[in-house]
Design a protein around this ligand. Sequence first.
Ligand SMILES: Cc1cc2nc3c(=O)[nH]c(=O)nc-3n(C[C@H](O)[C@H](O)[C@H](O)COP(=O)(O)O)c2cc1C
Length: 372
Amino acid sequence: MIELITAGESHGKGLFGILRGIPCGLKIDTDFVNGMLALRQRGFGRGERMKIEKDRINIVSGIDENGVSTGSPIGFFIDNIDTKLNATKRSFTVPRPGHADFAGSVKYNFKNLAMPSERTSGRLSALDVAAGSIAALFLREFGVKVYFAVECIGKTCAFAKDLSEDTFEKVLSSDILAMGKEAEMKAEIENAVKSEDTIGGRGLAIVRNLPAGLGDYNDWRNRADGLVAQAVMSVGTVKSVSIGESGITSGAIYHDPFEMKNGTLKRLSNNAGGIEGGITNGEDVVVRFFSKPIPTVRRGIPSVDIKNGKNTRSVYVRSDTCVVPAVTLVSAMRIALVFASLLTEKFGGETMSDIRASFNNYINSRRAFWQK
Ligand SMILES: Cc1cc2nc3c(=O)[nH]c(=O)nc-3n(C[C@H](O)[C@H](O)[C@H](O)COP(=O)(O)O)c2cc1C
């Protein structure tokens, strides 16, 4: 089982993570991890904070002098440069609708309503990206790739007919991680800036080449679809998660036919999105998620000053306008963590070579299901 434990606040000294369960023998390519951290910060519509922070992973335990995992917990931190430049703590008593200010302050009895956002801030998602990139490196060792793209910003959507590796390579060069209609999507963000508003959208993540058989139907807690949904739904701003196609009502059209062709079993479509009965079926796992517009709206939203009960408008604090690209990457990296964990659970072993042997043995012993 692979688990991430996090510590740190948005305006604390830094962000800390412990990634437990990465087997011994995985080369941790920190350039890859730092590249993903840079991708999280990129993006039209991000605020001033992203210009200040230059996120890099600092691994302090769990790797040897060659950067190879030892099987011990991988401890790492990411610096908060902004805290050193700007030591003044935020404080306000007017909650922003849509943020954790109100509910979190009631729960913990905070008088400063800015406190909950120290832990719920999008800044913390740098830890998910760092840990998820290590999970993605682990998955790659088994030929599994994780892809992601922004599908919609506001009302503008762009879908690629061809979800090939090339399409996703191109996405990486888009500063909003889009598959098309980049100018229109940027115009949506510019309009939100002009009207002192924020804007949401929709992201896509695909996990390709997973073996059939990850996840389990015997206990609802172990279903792969449920684990993916929890991992993505708990990313800030995400309000819906779907796997595969939704909206097709006829069973005869929806369900993906099997066909034996030249001795190989094929599925003729993938409306199920790669998971049936809570278990991966060997097709692409296809996940979509809706990211709401972020709550810090410059022009304010009707709210109440909790100190004196007076009606007023929500406060504006330095903020992003659109975080759909970052949310898309963060969600994909959370999904990488889920499948890396399921893979270690199924194939066991403390070392990469043990897992590889068990993985290969499983694939060979199940081959009769898809080859004749
Ligand atoms: C990468 C990322 C960046 C974010 N940036 C902001 C921001 O600048 N301003 C803001 O109000 N919310 C931002 N959010 C969203 C809030 O963290 C989130 O809406 C809040 O914690 C409430 O949680 P909920 O939306 O899941 O209900 C960001 C979220 C993520 C994942």
